[in-house]
Design a protein. Structure first.
Length: 109
């Protein structure tokens, strides 16, 4: 079974950012989102990221940076190497990989 190393930017707005590295085995074809969900369920329940999966690749909730490039975590495939995950740089950070997606005038308060 191949193993991916996910280097994930951690921390909130008022915290000093740091990176945690997780090793996770995967089946060929699994997505980055699959791995993040499994990591949160089995290794670190505090890991924050967004996803909705209402309609594949249409919700845009799971957008993040993979090695500096914007991707959808639901369509990006795991690879047997170190993969660097960061939140979107142009959106307000909530925590870890989670950013505010909706503009202020479209959010419920």
């Amino acid at each position: 079974m191949p193993v991916a190393k996910l280097s994930i930017r951690r921390g909130g707005v008022a915290e000093e950012p740091h990176r945690d590295v997780f090793e996770i085995g995967f089946e060929p074809g699994e997505s980055v989102l699959d791995a993040l969900r499994r990591l949160r369920a089995t290794q670190d329940a505090t890991l924050a990221f967004r996803y909705a999966c209402i309609n594949a690749n249409a919700c845009k909730e799971c957008m993040m940076l993979l090695d500096g490039k914007v991707i959808y975590a639901c369509t990006a495939r795991l690879e047997p190497r170190e993969m660097r995950l960061d939140p979107l740089a142009n959106k307000p950070l909530l925590r870890d990989l989670a950013t505010q997606i909706a503009p202020p005038d479209e959010r419920l308060e």
